[in-house]
Design a protein around this ligand. Structure first.
Ligand code: ATP
Ligand code: MG
Length: 793
């Protein structure tokens, strides 16, 4: 058994590539992630790489978990062969268990697989105390990780309390966003100030400066810091850098097209030990392996930049043609989707001008046509979707609810779909929305835990000092805070000064003493008991649970259940990390996103945004809300670059489907809680080859035309680009040239309104053929040659 089994030649080349840089570029579903996973197994199992030398970056925590599981299976199969000379499945359970635990001990535990944030937070747990910034700020290994809400509350405090600025003018959210932006560009407050225009910019820089100091005073980092600090640390400290460089001999990155500059800097620092990658040549026993697809770059709003992917080869110094093939592998076969779904995806993405054309051939049969449904409104759309899902489930015994997904552009769209699913009693899970860890009771509990680890964490202290209520008044808290500020010490040091507290007298003093005693008592347990047990103790000893029980409402009961779920999350964490400690659990909680919910595999329909669907696959996919202004989004309508990103998002959505793809749009939609608005079908629908789509294709009629005029605002792009007219305008039924003519790539044609063009693709065959034609001065058009007014030249 070899780790190269189940791979095609190109994948094998990628997996077997031993040393040096390698870029794998390929379209959706071509086995990039599979190649990356097999490569890790191959490095360990064939090249004898130490698992601790491997750093693999995934886009979500869930993807990391799945990759680890997959690896364990691959390695277990191999070990079963070499140790017992028989396939894994035939081993008795006792031997299977023994092998598994060996793989866990020797491999899984040592592997660093995770998101950029998770991996570098882990690195900081080792080395953050060696970091000192220009202002002398520093952190200890017990640092807290602040989420958006925590970060915003710090900013708000600075804006309103410290600087006494008008929070209407300096909205904490926007100010926090401006700071985050600066951080993403690698700017410190001085640089922001230098680049700031006008007084407002200077004030923002000032807030930023104080915000950083406040974070340091709380011994806390925000999400941006988890990447920015490691960059600075690796830049400034040669010893630290050289350690991690030597340690991670093999660096692998999935979804490389969504890497941003800071992440790229981290990769470079680690891989080349801070040397210029162009001339770096010390590749003995080392490699950097990145896989991606520029057509699936969908996170530019988070500073992701797919030119980083395109520049990989040049950056790593291999520009000669033979070297170029040596450092790049292209995968050209799609294993995921039916030929029909793939042809639709290929045709759609061909409309983007900013791209490198790629080959992506189907390996599967044609399958069913794509179904397009036009609905009256979002409620009818939801009913139609649920009807499809039920029909599919009933007709195909092999399909379960877990095989189906509904994808949409915005979270708000899930509501109507959920209502229909509930009506029909279909189990589902919504990925996104309120994160489990953002619920009030969960944040309260986590604040207790953070405070136990990191007494300097004043944000957490303030959150729980009087929760549940222990009679500590606001004025008392303010007095203590003032005292701490004056003395320049953490609030906890003041609060835990029993003598000073006693001198306050009254109810507040009693409450404070009781609170401190509680924390002292719990803190003694931190090293003694597992995180799950500690959570249980916090819940009970703080009185949190008894308060919820006393409240007795449904809501309180729900909160209690959520807390129980937190205990389960900790148990799961302990299972996956035998030596995991409280800090580790807190980092996992802080960095979990809803896309990581552990049981998406359960038998439930998955509802999620297109953005979170990246990398996943489902036999049945419903893509809803294909309307101008919704998908593509309103903001992209008059911005060609954003429109291209929306199209990539649509490409991602379509290519999630393995067997069946259902598209839908509504004629009217109530969104953002506002008025119903008439909606025009998405331009993307008109870009799909007609021959691949069945259903009630929208026809243009008097009503539709009137509606279109009313909605001129929404269709600006369509007016500017006649080619991108909405589906109902394009799909005219007219007599075209005689049927039976054959069309091939490279043929030239003339079109009644677009002029002369060249055929760049053909889709389908015979009666069902459709073609992509590139006309001068515009993107390629997908045409049905039987209907379009074209003539061959
Ligand atoms: P995406 O761009 O969406 O992330 P990807 O390129 O990472 O896709 P994978 O998820 O690795 O693609 O693979 C897509 C599907 O094809 C998976 O179900 C995978 O198991 C299967 N697959 C990959 N390579 C092969 C192969 N050589 N033979 C058979 N099936 C394969
Ligand atoms: Mg993938």
């Amino acid at each position: 058994m070899s780790f190269l089994a189940g791979l095609n030649d190109a994948q094998r080349r990628a997996v077997d590539h031993h040393e040096g840089p390698l870029l794998v570029v390929a379209g959706a579903g071509s086995g990039k992630t599979r190649a990356l996973t097999h490569r890790i197994a191959h490095l360990i199992g064939e090249h004898g790489a130490d698992p601790a030398q491997i750093l693999a970056v995934t886009f979500t925590n869930k993807a990391a978990r799945e990759m680890k599981e997959r690896l364990e299976v691959l390695l277990a199969q191999k070990l079963a062969q070499s140790q017992y000379g028989q396939p894994w499945s035939t081993l008795p359970p006792v031997d299977q268990r023994q092998l598994r635990s060996r793989i866990y001990r020797e491999v899984s535990k040592e592997l660093w697989i995770g998101t950029f944030h998770a991996l570098f937070a882990r690195m900081l747990r080792y080395d953050i105390d060696k970091f000192k910034d220009a202002e002398g700020l520093s952190w200890t290994k017990q640092f807290s990780i602040y989420d958006e809400a925590d970060a915003q509350s710090l900013v708000k405090e600075i804006v309103t309390q410290e600087l006494q600025l008008d929070p209407k003018r300096f909205e904490p959210k926007k100010t926090r966003w401006a700071i985050s932006n600066a951080k993403n560009q690698g700017w410190l407050p001085d640089q922001l100030e230098a680049n700031a225009e006008g007084q407002r910019g200077k004030l923002t820089a000032n807030v930023y400066r104080r915000y950083r100091r406040a974070l340091a005073a709380n011994n806390a980092l925000d999400f941006d810091d988890l990447l920015l600090l490691p960059v600075q640390l690796l830049q400034q400290n040669e010893q630290v850098r050289s350690y991690w460089h030597r340690r991670f001999a093999h660096v692998l990155v999935d979804e490389y097209q969504d890497t941003n500059r800071t992440q790229y800097d981290l990769i470079k620092l680690l891989v080349t030990d801070g040397k210029d990658p162009q001339t770096y040549n010390n590749w003995s026993g080392r490699s950097v392996f990145v896989v991606g697809d520029a057509d699936q770059s969908i996170y530019s709003f988070r500073a992701a930049d797919f030119t980083i992917l395109m520049g990989f080869q040049e950056d790593f110094g291999d520009q000669a043609p033979d070297d170029a093939t040596r450092t790049m592998v292209k995968l050209e076969e799609n294993y995921r989707s039916t030929a029909t779904i793939l042809a639709a995806a290929n045709a759609l993405i061909a409309n983007n001008s900013e791209r490198i054309d790629k080959v992506l051939r189907p390996t599967r049969g044609d399958g069913e046509l794509i179904t397009l449904t036009r609905c009256d409104d979002e409620i009818a759309e939801a009913e139609a979707v649920v009807h499809r899902l039920r029909t599919m489930e009933a007709a195909n015994p092999e399909l379960s609810w877990g095989d189906m997904a509904v994808l949409y552009r915005t979270n708000a769209q899930s509501r109507s779909i959920e209502e229909s699913l509930v009506r029909w009693g279909i189990p589902y899970i919504v990925v996104g929305g309120l994160r489990f860890y953002d619920r009030r009771e969960i944040k309260d509990l986590l604040a207790y835990l953070r405070l136990l680890v990191n007494p300097a964490d004043t944000v957490s202290l303030l959150r729980v000092i009087n929760v549940p209520k222990r009679g500590i008044g606001k004025t008392t808290i303010q007095r203590l805070t003032d005292a701490a500020n004056q003395l320049g010490i953490p609030l906890w040091d003041v609060v835990s000064d029993a003598e000073a507290v006693r001198s306050l007298g009254g109810r507040s003093a009693r409450g404070l003493l009781q609170f401190c005693e509680l924390l002292h008592d719990l803190r003694r347990q931190v090293q003694e008991v597992a995180p799950s047990e500690l959570i249980q103790q916090v819940m009970e000893k703080s009185g949190y649970i008894s308060e919820l029980i006393a409240e007795g409402t449904d809501e309180a009961e729900e909160r209690r259940r959520n807390l129980q779920e937190l205990v389960n999350a900790a148990l799961q964490y302990q299972e996956e990390n035998e030596e995991g400690d409280l800090e580790g659990f807190l980092a996992t909680a802080a960095l979990s996103s809803d896309a990581d919910s552990k049981d998406t595999a359960a038998d439930r329909v998955t509802l999620m945004t297109l953005h979170s669907s990246k990398g996943l696959e489902f036999p049945v996919v419903c893509l809803v809300g294909l309307e101008q202004g919704l998908f593509p989004s309103y903001r992209s309508l008059d911005d060609p670059a954003s429109l291209e990103e929306e199209r990539r998002l649509c490409y991602v959505g379509i290519t999630r489907a393995k067997e069946r793809l259902f598209l839908s749009h509504a004629s009217e939609r109530r969104l953002w809680g506002g008025m119903r608005e008439a909606a025009v079908p998405s331009v993307f629908l008109s870009e799909l080859p007609e021959a691949l789509v069945q259903g009630d294709l929208p026809q243009s009629g008097g009503a539709a035309l009137r509606r279109e005029r009313r909605l001129e605002r929404l269709t600006r792009v369509d007016r500017d680009r006649p080619s991108s007219a909405p589906a109902n305008a394009v799909r005219r039924r007219q007599a075209g040239p005689a049927p039976g003519r054959s069309w091939s790539v490279g043929d030239r044609v003339t079109h009644a309104s677009f002029g002369v063009g060249e055929i760049t693709h053909t889709f389908g065959s015979g009666e069902k053929v459709s073609i992509a034609v590139k006309f001068a001065g515009m993107g390629p058009k997908i045409l049905d040659p039987r209907l379009a007014p074209i003539e061959p030249i």
